[in-house]
Design a protein around this ligand. Structure first.
Ligand SMILES: NC(=O)c1ccc[n+]([C@@H]2O[C@H](COP(=O)([O-])OP(=O)(O)OC[C@H]3O[C@@H](n4cnc5c(N)ncnc54)[C@H](OP(=O)(O)O)[C@@H]3O)[C@@H](O)[C@H]2O)c1
Length: 329
């Protein structure tokens, strides 16, 4: 396993990590979660990603049960939670969501109870909150760090401007600013990582724990012949994901990527994940899996990365045609 410093911090994360969105509680039970987290940990993964909203709190409870059973040395791994949507779904009342001091602190306490942990290594603001002054959010995160309840804080799907506003406030009051962002990043979604955030990386520095490296499984090629039973796009309530990704031009590109991967003697999933971690601004790519075969295949993306030479990277760009166009000079 390779480990990378998270932005300008001293924290080292494995370049591949493991997350629980959709899968935990909705698709897999404690036994499978135990097996998958065991494989991840035994292969050097040291970061497990979670959020209050995943399966409305049940995902954190499941991860907490597994961590308790595993009894791994707490200093050997890191765990995150994210707050914004709350965990009560349609029952959410005012103050049970958002990035106010009240919700961030209560959500942190609730996540710790569900995960059965004393502190979170990473705590993310899952989305920007247009109704809370940024000063309130930055002060709250700083104070949670001072109290030892979280070690680092970050953002998810914030714009570059919003992240810089948080830094401006942190600088103004001498507070600890965000050190990590969790954006979507894959072969079909590149703008934030390869355009919008470039100046943030250069100036204040920022780690990234990127999500959906396979575009929810699409980049494994599994959807090229329709929607397999039991797969994520077949789950009730996830039609929006299907609508987002099941597009003729994406599937055509994946066919071409599959041929390229075959020539390199790797799978298109491995090619797609390896491509993500070739970007040095990626601290870690969070993997998702519902079966051990998927995780075992995806972990081999580490070795596959060696096959993505400059020439291969160019061939990939020519196929996907998704590279952001930056001004020339
Ligand atoms: N911050 C955010 O807003 C945000 C949003 C989304 C996700 N995340 C985080 O990022 C993590 C990863 O995202 P993701 O789950 O969307 O990642 P992904 O890698 O794009 O998709 C993972 C899913 O694809 C399928 N799959 C994976 N490997 C496969 C393989 N080799 N062959 C065939 N199918 C394969 C599995 O689903 P099926 O078996 O069901 O088809 C698996 O659960 C999440 O768990 C979560 O922690 C964060």
């Amino acid at each position: 396993m390779e480990y990378r410093n998270m932005g300008k911090t001293g924290l080292q994360l494995s370049v591949l990590s493991f997350g629980s969105w959709v899968s935990f509680h909705k698709q897999i039970d404690d036994r499978s979660a135990d097996e998958l987290m065991g494989i991840a940990y035994d292969n050097g993964i040291n970061f497990f990603d979670n959020a209050e909203v995943y399966a409305l709190g049940e995902s954190e409870k499941m991860m907490g049960r597994v961590l308790k059973m595993k009894n791994w040395d707490r200093t050997s791994y890191t765990v995150s939670s994210k707050a914004f949507w709350g965990w009560r779904g349609k029952e959410n009342k005012p103050n049970q969501h958002g990035l106010s001091r009240k919700h961030l602190i209560e959500a942190c306490h609730e996540a710790l109870l569900r995960l059965q942990l004393d502190y979170l290594d990473l705590y993310f603001c899952h989305r920007p909150d247009k109704n809370t002054p940024i000063e309130e959010t930055v002060w709250t995160m700083h104070n949670l760090i001072q109290q030892g309840k979280i070690l680092y804080w970050g953002t998810s799907e914030w714009s570059g401007v919003e992240i810089m506003e948080a830094h401006r406030v942190a600088h103004q009051y001498g507070l600890i600013g965000p050190s990590v962002e969790q954006p979507q990043y894959n072969l079909l979604e590149r703008n934030k990582m390869e355009n919008e955030f470039l100046m943030v990386f250069k100036t204040v520095g920022m780690g990234t724990t990127i999500w959906s490296p396979l575009a929810s499984g699409l980049l494994s090629g599994k959807y090229n012949a329709g929607i397999p039973e039991g797969s994520r796009f077949a789950i009730e309530g996830f039609d929006w994901l299907k609508d987002r990704w099941m597009k003729e031009n994406f599937l055509e590109k994946i066919n071409k990527l599959s041929l390229l991967a075959k020539n390199l003697e790797i799978s298109v999933a491995q090619l797609s994940i390896a491509w993500c971690i070739k970007n040095p601004n990626v601290t870690t790519a969070i993997l998702g899996a519902t079966r051990k075969e998927q995780l075992q295949e995806n972990l081999k993306a580490l070795e596959a990365a060696d096959k993505l030479t400059h020439e291969v990277m160019k061939q990939i760009d020519d196929i996907v045609q998704s590279k952001p166009v930056l001004p020339e000079y």
